[in-house]
Design a binder for this molecule. Structure first.
Ligand code: PMP
Length: 289
């Protein structure tokens, strides 16, 4: 595997960064998780835009342009001969001293790792997920804004640990007001009386690229999509529920906190959207070769 670090390519065992990098010391940096399908990078512009917006929000100036970043990412995929890949794009604050001050880090570092994708078991999609709400609340926007895809993922990791202890693969997170926000690494939707509902960005979510793609796909099917604040009760009485994310794509949820959702199997609208999403990933995207 060849890994890009600041304009150079390194073998996996030679790809190293400084222990003084503030990405390591403080989680000071931003990242993206991107996929390519069949030789095309899915929603590349949207991911790059979100990366640069996250960096802007934490006052981190990425030292190369968006076009140069796109080229670096495509070259990394080419050098690794990948067509179906998971790409991790990281920009750290760079090397500084042991203090917090980001001004002591003159040069942000860029890392691009392109690997093969590890898919979730097919069973998750066929049967649907059983998820629970965890005690760990999602970060409040005024502290670490969930809209920033930062290297500081401890909030989600703590939620994930609580889920693992309870034996589930994904967890539902609430904000401090008790409103449903998202899962540890996925956005959430439910269907009720023909309306597809998902939380708005201001409640404290990452504005998922998959989420936005699915909203478009639903609208193409003339399904009304509403972004509104809701509680767990709305999920418990939903007809269908699913999660969206780059890794998971669109994945059905059939049980939440032991309440069966709908008839306990993946719903028709969910299945239609899974179908549409697969089609979109196979037919669109930025050509690698
Ligand atoms: N929420 C969180 C907290 C995430 O980490 C992710 C994965 N990046 C998502 C939602 C889904 O976002 P996307 O569809 O852009 O992968």
């Amino acid at each position: 595997m060849e890994i890009y670090i600041d304009g150079q390519y390194y073998a996996q065992n030679k790809a190293k960064i400084s222990v003084f990098d503030h990405g390591l010391l403080y989680g000071d940096g931003v990242f993206e998780g991107i996929r390519s399908y069949n030789g095309r990078v899915f929603k590349l512009n949207e991911h790059l835009e979100r990366l640069y917006e996250s960096a802007h929000a934490i006052l981190l100036t990425i030292p190369i342009s968006i076009t140069e970043m796109e080229q670096a990412l495509l070259t990394t995929l080419q050098r690794n001969h990948l067509r179906d890949a998971y790409i991790r794009l990281i920009v750290t604050r760079g090397v500084g001293d042991l203090g917090l001050d980001p001004d002591k880090c003159p040069t942000p570092s860029i890392i691009i790792i392109a690997d093969t994708i590890v898919l979730y078991p097919a069973e998750y999609y066929e049967k649907g997920l059983d998820i629970i709400t965890v005690p760990a609340r999602r970060n409040i926007s005024e502290a670490v804004n969930p809209r920033i895809k930062s290297l500081n993922y401890l909030n989600n990791i703590l939620a994930k640990i609580e889920g693992k202890q309870a034996g589930v693969v994904e967890v539902l997170m609430l904000n401090v007001d008790g409103h449903v926000v998202e899962c540890s690494g996925d956005n959430i939707f439910y269907l009720k009386k023909g309306e597809l509902v998902t939380p708005p960005t201001h409640v404290g979510i990452l504005e998922g690229i998959t989420r936005n793609a699915v909203i478009n796909l639903a609208e193409k099917r003339q399904i009304k999509v509403v972004e509104k604040v809701f509680t767990r009760h709305d999920l418990y009485i939903a007809e269908e529920c699913f999660l969206t994310g780059t890794a998971a794509e669109v994945i059905p949820v059939v049980k939440i906190d032991n309440r069966v959702i709908g008839n306990g199997t993946p719903g028709t609208v969910t299945k239609d959207l899974i179908h549409d999403f697969h089609q979109l990933t196979q037919t669109t995207g930025t050509q690698i070769y």
